[in-house]
Design a binder for this molecule. Structure first.
Ligand code: MLT
Length: 405
Protein backbone atom coordinates (compact mmCIF):
# COMPACT_ATOMS: atom_id res chain seq x y z
CA UNK A 1 0.00 0.00 0.00
CA UNK A 2 1.27 3.45 -0.85
CA UNK A 3 0.23 6.62 0.91
CA UNK A 4 -1.21 9.77 -0.64
CA UNK A 5 2.14 11.51 -1.26
CA UNK A 6 0.50 14.91 -1.08
CA UNK A 7 0.43 14.58 2.69
CA UNK A 8 4.22 14.47 2.72
CA UNK A 9 4.38 17.77 0.90
CA UNK A 10 2.52 19.53 3.70
CA UNK A 11 4.28 21.18 6.64
CA UNK A 12 4.64 18.73 9.56
CA UNK A 13 1.54 19.93 11.44
CA UNK A 14 -1.59 22.01 11.09
CA UNK A 15 -1.13 25.65 12.18
CA UNK A 16 -3.22 25.48 15.34
CA UNK A 17 -1.68 22.16 16.39
CA UNK A 18 1.76 23.76 16.09
CA UNK A 19 0.66 26.77 18.15
CA UNK A 20 -0.76 24.41 20.80
CA UNK A 21 2.45 22.35 20.80
CA UNK A 22 4.68 25.39 21.33
CA UNK A 23 2.34 26.72 24.00
CA UNK A 24 2.33 23.38 25.87
CA UNK A 25 6.14 23.29 25.68
CA UNK A 26 6.37 26.79 27.16
CA UNK A 27 3.84 26.03 29.88
CA UNK A 28 5.75 22.85 30.73
CA UNK A 29 8.87 24.89 31.42
CA UNK A 30 7.00 27.78 33.10
CA UNK A 31 4.14 26.33 35.13
CA UNK A 32 3.79 29.62 37.05
CA UNK A 33 3.06 31.66 33.91
CA UNK A 34 -0.58 32.78 33.62
CA UNK A 35 -0.79 32.50 29.84
CA UNK A 36 -3.88 34.06 28.26
CA UNK A 37 -4.97 32.35 25.07
CA UNK A 38 -5.77 34.67 22.21
CA UNK A 39 -4.63 32.28 19.49
CA UNK A 40 -7.20 29.80 18.13
CA UNK A 41 -10.66 31.27 17.60
CA UNK A 42 -12.32 29.22 20.31
CA UNK A 43 -15.16 30.92 22.15
CA UNK A 44 -15.60 31.24 25.93
CA UNK A 45 -19.22 32.26 26.60
CA UNK A 46 -21.52 29.38 27.60
CA UNK A 47 -24.26 27.98 25.40
CA UNK A 48 -27.52 29.98 25.68
CA UNK A 49 -30.24 28.55 27.99
CA UNK A 50 -32.75 28.24 25.13
CA UNK A 51 -30.26 25.95 23.35
CA UNK A 52 -29.41 23.78 26.35
CA UNK A 53 -33.12 23.49 27.18
CA UNK A 54 -33.90 22.38 23.63
CA UNK A 55 -31.11 19.81 23.81
CA UNK A 56 -32.37 18.54 27.19
CA UNK A 57 -35.80 18.07 25.67
CA UNK A 58 -34.25 16.22 22.73
CA UNK A 59 -32.26 13.97 25.07
CA UNK A 60 -35.45 13.05 26.93
CA UNK A 61 -37.23 12.48 23.64
CA UNK A 62 -34.67 10.02 22.24
CA UNK A 63 -34.97 8.05 25.48
CA UNK A 64 -38.56 7.15 24.63
CA UNK A 65 -39.80 4.55 22.17
CA UNK A 66 -41.79 7.07 20.13
CA UNK A 67 -39.23 9.85 20.30
CA UNK A 68 -36.18 7.77 19.44
CA UNK A 69 -34.14 9.03 16.47
CA UNK A 70 -31.64 6.85 14.68
CA UNK A 71 -29.94 7.87 11.45
CA UNK A 72 -31.25 11.25 10.42
CA UNK A 73 -31.39 12.70 6.93
CA UNK A 74 -27.81 13.26 5.67
CA UNK A 75 -28.86 16.74 4.56
CA UNK A 76 -30.10 17.66 8.02
CA UNK A 77 -33.56 17.69 9.60
CA UNK A 78 -36.28 19.67 7.85
CA UNK A 79 -37.05 21.67 11.00
CA UNK A 80 -33.55 23.18 11.04
CA UNK A 81 -33.20 23.64 7.29
CA UNK A 82 -36.56 25.45 7.22
CA UNK A 83 -35.68 27.68 10.17
CA UNK A 84 -32.41 28.67 8.47
CA UNK A 85 -34.07 29.35 5.10
CA UNK A 86 -36.69 31.51 6.78
CA UNK A 87 -34.60 33.42 9.31
CA UNK A 88 -31.17 33.71 7.69
CA UNK A 89 -32.36 34.21 4.13
CA UNK A 90 -36.05 34.85 3.36
CA UNK A 91 -36.48 37.42 6.14
CA UNK A 92 -33.46 39.25 4.77
CA UNK A 93 -34.94 39.28 1.28
CA UNK A 94 -32.72 36.46 -0.04
CA UNK A 95 -34.14 33.70 -2.16
CA UNK A 96 -32.76 30.48 -0.63
CA UNK A 97 -34.95 27.46 0.04
CA UNK A 98 -34.68 24.76 2.71
CA UNK A 99 -33.83 22.17 0.03
CA UNK A 100 -30.70 24.17 -0.86
CA UNK A 101 -29.35 23.98 2.71
CA UNK A 102 -27.17 21.12 3.95
CA UNK A 103 -26.59 20.82 7.70
CA UNK A 104 -23.09 19.75 8.68
CA UNK A 105 -20.92 19.14 11.72
CA UNK A 106 -19.24 22.50 11.12
CA UNK A 107 -17.84 24.79 8.48
CA UNK A 108 -14.34 23.35 8.66
CA UNK A 109 -15.47 19.91 7.46
CA UNK A 110 -17.48 21.32 4.57
CA UNK A 111 -14.70 23.67 3.49
CA UNK A 112 -12.35 20.70 3.36
CA UNK A 113 -14.85 18.32 1.76
CA UNK A 114 -16.22 20.49 -1.04
CA UNK A 115 -13.11 19.68 -3.08
CA UNK A 116 -14.49 16.14 -3.55
CA UNK A 117 -16.92 17.39 -6.20
CA UNK A 118 -14.43 19.40 -8.32
CA UNK A 119 -12.33 17.97 -11.14
CA UNK A 120 -8.81 16.93 -10.20
CA UNK A 121 -7.21 19.64 -12.35
CA UNK A 122 -9.25 22.52 -10.88
CA UNK A 123 -7.31 25.68 -10.19
CA UNK A 124 -8.04 27.00 -6.73
CA UNK A 125 -7.68 30.68 -5.78
CA UNK A 126 -7.27 31.65 -2.14
CA UNK A 127 -6.65 34.85 -0.25
CA UNK A 128 -3.17 35.06 1.21
CA UNK A 129 -3.27 35.31 4.21
CA UNK A 130 -6.26 32.97 4.62
CA UNK A 131 -7.71 30.23 6.83
CA UNK A 132 -5.17 27.39 6.47
CA UNK A 133 -7.82 24.73 5.79
CA UNK A 134 -8.28 26.12 2.26
CA UNK A 135 -4.67 25.54 1.22
CA UNK A 136 -3.96 22.39 3.24
CA UNK A 137 -7.01 20.54 1.89
CA UNK A 138 -6.21 21.72 -1.66
CA UNK A 139 -2.75 20.21 -1.27
CA UNK A 140 -4.11 16.96 0.26
CA UNK A 141 -6.34 16.59 -2.81
CA UNK A 142 -3.32 16.94 -5.14
CA UNK A 143 -4.21 20.38 -6.42
CA UNK A 144 -1.36 22.29 -4.79
CA UNK A 145 1.61 21.47 -7.00
CA UNK A 146 4.99 22.13 -5.39
CA UNK A 147 5.85 24.35 -2.44
CA UNK A 148 8.47 27.09 -2.86
CA UNK A 149 10.80 28.52 -0.22
CA UNK A 150 8.26 31.15 0.81
CA UNK A 151 5.65 28.43 1.38
CA UNK A 152 3.58 29.17 -1.75
CA UNK A 153 2.22 26.32 -3.88
CA UNK A 154 2.84 26.35 -7.63
CA UNK A 155 -0.72 25.46 -8.75
CA UNK A 156 -2.62 27.71 -6.36
CA UNK A 157 -3.64 31.22 -7.42
CA UNK A 158 -2.84 33.52 -4.52
CA UNK A 159 -4.95 36.63 -4.02
CA UNK A 160 -2.35 38.66 -2.22
CA UNK A 161 -3.69 40.77 0.60
CA UNK A 162 -1.51 43.37 2.23
CA UNK A 163 -1.57 46.75 3.90
CA UNK A 164 -1.71 48.48 0.49
CA UNK A 165 -5.02 46.85 -0.52
CA UNK A 166 -6.38 46.87 3.03
CA UNK A 167 -6.10 43.05 3.21
CA UNK A 168 -8.99 42.66 0.76
CA UNK A 169 -8.57 40.10 -2.05
CA UNK A 170 -8.80 41.58 -5.53
CA UNK A 171 -10.00 39.92 -8.73
CA UNK A 172 -6.93 38.37 -10.42
CA UNK A 173 -5.93 38.53 -14.07
CA UNK A 174 -5.46 34.73 -14.13
CA UNK A 175 -8.18 32.14 -14.46
CA UNK A 176 -9.30 30.10 -11.46
CA UNK A 177 -11.99 27.42 -11.33
CA UNK A 178 -12.76 27.80 -7.65
CA UNK A 179 -12.32 30.99 -5.61
CA UNK A 180 -12.47 30.75 -1.84
CA UNK A 181 -13.46 34.03 -0.18
CA UNK A 182 -13.95 34.73 3.50
CA UNK A 183 -15.68 37.89 4.74
CA UNK A 184 -15.30 39.03 7.48
CA UNK A 185 -11.90 37.57 6.91
CA UNK A 186 -10.20 35.01 9.00
CA UNK A 187 -7.45 36.00 9.83
CA UNK A 188 -7.34 39.72 9.02
CA UNK A 189 -10.83 40.73 10.18
CA UNK A 190 -11.40 42.89 7.10
CA UNK A 191 -14.69 42.84 5.17
CA UNK A 192 -15.65 42.88 1.47
CA UNK A 193 -17.99 45.62 0.31
CA UNK A 194 -20.96 45.12 -1.98
CA UNK A 195 -19.00 46.58 -4.93
CA UNK A 196 -16.10 44.20 -4.31
CA UNK A 197 -18.42 41.20 -4.10
CA UNK A 198 -20.13 42.30 -7.32
CA UNK A 199 -16.73 42.20 -9.02
CA UNK A 200 -16.17 38.68 -7.71
CA UNK A 201 -19.54 37.49 -8.97
CA UNK A 202 -18.78 39.06 -12.39
CA UNK A 203 -15.42 37.29 -12.38
CA UNK A 204 -17.03 33.94 -11.57
CA UNK A 205 -19.60 34.37 -14.35
CA UNK A 206 -16.90 35.39 -16.87
CA UNK A 207 -14.48 32.60 -15.90
CA UNK A 208 -17.19 29.98 -15.33
CA UNK A 209 -15.77 29.66 -11.84
CA UNK A 210 -17.41 28.78 -8.53
CA UNK A 211 -17.06 30.94 -5.43
CA UNK A 212 -16.93 29.23 -2.06
CA UNK A 213 -18.03 31.97 0.30
CA UNK A 214 -16.98 31.31 3.88
CA UNK A 215 -19.23 33.53 5.95
CA UNK A 216 -18.62 31.94 9.34
CA UNK A 217 -18.24 35.43 10.84
CA UNK A 218 -21.17 37.20 9.12
CA UNK A 219 -22.97 37.84 12.42
CA UNK A 220 -20.12 40.18 13.41
CA UNK A 221 -20.87 42.67 10.65
CA UNK A 222 -22.08 45.96 12.11
CA UNK A 223 -21.13 48.41 9.36
CA UNK A 224 -24.32 49.26 7.44
CA UNK A 225 -24.28 48.16 3.81
CA UNK A 226 -21.69 45.39 4.19
CA UNK A 227 -23.23 42.17 2.80
CA UNK A 228 -23.60 39.28 5.21
CA UNK A 229 -24.40 36.78 2.48
CA UNK A 230 -22.96 36.42 -1.03
CA UNK A 231 -26.56 35.90 -2.21
CA UNK A 232 -27.24 39.58 -1.57
CA UNK A 233 -25.40 40.05 -4.87
CA UNK A 234 -27.36 39.63 -8.11
CA UNK A 235 -26.32 36.52 -9.99
CA UNK A 236 -24.58 34.89 -6.99
CA UNK A 237 -27.13 32.07 -6.87
CA UNK A 238 -25.66 30.81 -10.13
CA UNK A 239 -22.00 30.89 -9.08
CA UNK A 240 -21.64 30.58 -5.31
CA UNK A 241 -21.73 28.12 -2.43
CA UNK A 242 -22.01 29.67 1.05
CA UNK A 243 -20.60 28.04 4.18
CA UNK A 244 -21.72 29.02 7.69
CA UNK A 245 -21.19 27.99 11.26
CA UNK A 246 -22.87 28.25 14.66
CA UNK A 247 -19.47 28.03 16.36
CA UNK A 248 -18.46 31.66 16.67
CA UNK A 249 -21.92 33.07 17.30
CA UNK A 250 -23.53 30.56 19.63
CA UNK A 251 -20.67 28.63 21.24
CA UNK A 252 -20.95 25.52 19.04
CA UNK A 253 -17.18 25.00 18.67
CA UNK A 254 -17.56 21.88 20.80
CA UNK A 255 -21.13 20.89 19.87
CA UNK A 256 -20.36 20.98 16.13
CA UNK A 257 -23.01 22.29 13.75
CA UNK A 258 -22.95 24.46 10.66
CA UNK A 259 -24.44 24.51 7.20
CA UNK A 260 -23.65 24.92 3.54
CA UNK A 261 -25.91 26.44 0.92
CA UNK A 262 -25.71 24.94 -2.57
CA UNK A 263 -28.36 26.65 -4.72
CA UNK A 264 -30.42 24.58 -7.14
CA UNK A 265 -29.40 26.95 -9.95
CA UNK A 266 -25.65 26.40 -9.42
CA UNK A 267 -24.30 24.42 -12.37
CA UNK A 268 -20.84 23.34 -13.46
CA UNK A 269 -19.68 21.33 -16.45
CA UNK A 270 -18.59 17.70 -16.63
CA UNK A 271 -15.80 16.26 -18.82
CA UNK A 272 -18.15 16.11 -21.81
CA UNK A 273 -19.10 19.76 -21.45
CA UNK A 274 -22.61 19.10 -20.16
CA UNK A 275 -24.14 21.08 -17.31
CA UNK A 276 -24.32 19.29 -13.97
CA UNK A 277 -26.06 20.45 -10.79
CA UNK A 278 -23.57 20.95 -7.96
CA UNK A 279 -26.36 20.53 -5.43
CA UNK A 280 -26.97 17.06 -6.83
CA UNK A 281 -23.27 16.18 -6.55
CA UNK A 282 -22.97 17.59 -3.03
CA UNK A 283 -26.04 15.63 -2.00
CA UNK A 284 -24.46 12.48 -3.46
CA UNK A 285 -21.22 13.20 -1.62
CA UNK A 286 -22.90 13.90 1.71
CA UNK A 287 -25.26 10.94 1.60
CA UNK A 288 -22.30 8.66 0.88
CA UNK A 289 -19.70 10.01 3.30
CA UNK A 290 -21.73 11.70 6.05
CA UNK A 291 -24.53 10.52 8.30
CA UNK A 292 -25.74 13.93 9.40
CA UNK A 293 -25.17 16.03 12.52
CA UNK A 294 -26.74 14.64 15.70
CA UNK A 295 -30.46 15.14 16.27
CA UNK A 296 -29.84 16.64 19.71
CA UNK A 297 -27.40 19.21 18.38
CA UNK A 298 -29.73 20.12 15.51
CA UNK A 299 -32.56 20.69 17.99
CA UNK A 300 -30.16 22.97 19.87
CA UNK A 301 -29.32 24.87 16.68
CA UNK A 302 -33.03 25.21 15.86
CA UNK A 303 -33.51 27.05 19.18
CA UNK A 304 -31.13 29.75 17.92
CA UNK A 305 -33.90 30.84 15.57
CA UNK A 306 -36.28 31.73 18.42
CA UNK A 307 -36.28 35.37 19.65
CA UNK A 308 -34.21 34.26 22.71
CA UNK A 309 -31.74 32.49 20.46
CA UNK A 310 -31.35 35.49 18.17
CA UNK A 311 -30.86 37.72 21.19
CA UNK A 312 -28.15 35.43 22.55
CA UNK A 313 -26.31 35.58 19.21
CA UNK A 314 -26.49 39.36 19.25
CA UNK A 315 -25.26 39.48 22.87
CA UNK A 316 -22.39 37.04 22.25
CA UNK A 317 -21.18 38.80 19.13
CA UNK A 318 -21.48 42.23 20.81
CA UNK A 319 -19.41 40.92 23.70
CA UNK A 320 -16.63 39.52 21.50
CA UNK A 321 -16.69 42.67 19.33
CA UNK A 322 -16.15 44.78 22.43
CA UNK A 323 -13.18 42.56 23.33
CA UNK A 324 -11.83 43.03 19.81
CA UNK A 325 -12.20 46.79 20.18
CA UNK A 326 -10.28 46.69 23.48
CA UNK A 327 -7.50 44.74 21.75
CA UNK A 328 -7.45 47.03 18.73
CA UNK A 329 -7.31 50.21 20.82
CA UNK A 330 -4.69 48.83 23.21
CA UNK A 331 -2.43 47.56 20.45
CA UNK A 332 -2.71 50.88 18.62
CA UNK A 333 -1.80 52.70 21.82
CA UNK A 334 1.19 50.41 22.21
CA UNK A 335 2.39 51.58 18.79
CA UNK A 336 1.30 48.70 16.57
CA UNK A 337 -0.36 49.00 13.17
CA UNK A 338 -3.69 47.24 13.39
CA UNK A 339 -6.32 45.92 10.93
CA UNK A 340 -9.76 44.36 11.44
CA UNK A 341 -11.46 43.97 14.79
CA UNK A 342 -14.50 46.11 14.06
CA UNK A 343 -16.79 43.84 12.02
CA UNK A 344 -14.88 40.83 13.23
CA UNK A 345 -13.58 39.11 16.36
CA UNK A 346 -10.08 39.04 14.83
CA UNK A 347 -7.43 41.74 15.14
CA UNK A 348 -4.53 41.61 12.71
CA UNK A 349 -1.38 43.25 13.98
CA UNK A 350 1.94 44.18 12.38
CA UNK A 351 5.15 43.85 14.41
CA UNK A 352 6.71 47.16 15.35
CA UNK A 353 10.29 46.36 14.43
CA UNK A 354 10.01 44.17 11.36
CA UNK A 355 10.25 40.92 13.33
CA UNK A 356 9.00 37.72 11.71
CA UNK A 357 5.73 36.21 12.92
CA UNK A 358 7.14 33.34 15.00
CA UNK A 359 9.55 35.75 16.76
CA UNK A 360 6.54 37.92 17.60
CA UNK A 361 4.70 34.83 18.84
CA UNK A 362 7.67 34.03 21.11
CA UNK A 363 7.93 37.60 22.36
CA UNK A 364 4.19 37.83 23.12
CA UNK A 365 4.33 34.52 24.95
CA UNK A 366 7.50 35.03 26.93
CA UNK A 367 7.24 38.73 27.71
CA UNK A 368 3.49 39.22 28.13
CA UNK A 369 2.23 35.65 28.57
CA UNK A 370 -0.19 36.13 25.69
CA UNK A 371 -0.60 33.32 23.18
CA UNK A 372 -1.29 34.63 19.67
CA UNK A 373 -1.37 33.09 16.18
CA UNK A 374 1.62 33.90 13.95
CA UNK A 375 0.46 35.57 10.74
CA UNK A 376 2.84 33.55 8.56
CA UNK A 377 0.80 30.46 9.44
CA UNK A 378 -2.01 31.91 7.30
CA UNK A 379 0.23 32.36 4.25
CA UNK A 380 3.42 34.01 3.05
CA UNK A 381 1.77 37.44 2.98
CA UNK A 382 1.05 37.12 6.69
CA UNK A 383 4.74 37.18 7.57
CA UNK A 384 5.54 39.91 10.07
CA UNK A 385 1.99 39.90 11.48
CA UNK A 386 0.17 38.18 14.33
CA UNK A 387 -3.54 37.60 14.97
CA UNK A 388 -5.28 38.11 18.31
CA UNK A 389 -8.86 37.03 18.96
CA UNK A 390 -11.60 38.70 20.93
CA UNK A 391 -12.96 35.32 22.04
CA UNK A 392 -11.50 35.23 25.52
CA UNK A 393 -13.42 36.60 28.53
CA UNK A 394 -13.60 40.36 29.12
CA UNK A 395 -11.55 39.92 32.27
CA UNK A 396 -8.75 38.05 30.49
CA UNK A 397 -8.82 40.43 27.53
CA UNK A 398 -8.37 43.42 29.83
CA UNK A 399 -5.70 41.62 31.83
CA UNK A 400 -3.77 40.67 28.69
CA UNK A 401 -3.91 44.17 27.30
CA UNK A 402 -2.83 45.75 30.58
CA UNK A 403 0.40 43.75 30.31
CA UNK A 404 1.31 45.64 27.14
CA UNK A 405 1.35 49.02 28.84
C1 MLT B 1 -9.22 30.03 13.87
O1 MLT B 1 -8.71 30.28 14.96
O2 MLT B 1 -8.80 30.46 12.81
C2 MLT B 1 -10.43 29.18 13.88
O3 MLT B 1 -10.87 28.98 15.16
C3 MLT B 1 -10.17 27.87 13.36
C4 MLT B 1 -11.43 27.17 13.09
O4 MLT B 1 -12.52 27.73 13.17
O5 MLT B 1 -11.31 26.00 12.75
Amino acid sequence: MKINDNFEKLPESYLFSEVARRLAEYRGGHPEADVIRMDIGDVTLPIAPCVTEAMHRAVDEVGTAVGFHGYGPEQGYGFLREAIAEEDYKKRGIDIGADEIFISDGAKSDLGNLGDIFSQDSIIAVADPGYPVYVDTTVMAGRGGERDASGKWSKIVYLECNAANGFRPEVPTEHADVVILCSPSNPTGTVLSREELEKWVEYAIREKAIIIYDSAYEAYVRTPGIPRSIYEIDGARNVAVEVRSFSKTAGFTGLRCGYTVVPASLMATDGKGSDVSLRKLWNRRQSTKFNGASYIVQRGAEALYTPEGQESIRNNTDYYLENAKIIRDSMKKAGFTVFGGSDSPYVWIKGRNGEDSWSLFKEMLEKYHISCTPGSGFGAEGEGYIRLTGFNSRENTLKAMSRLK
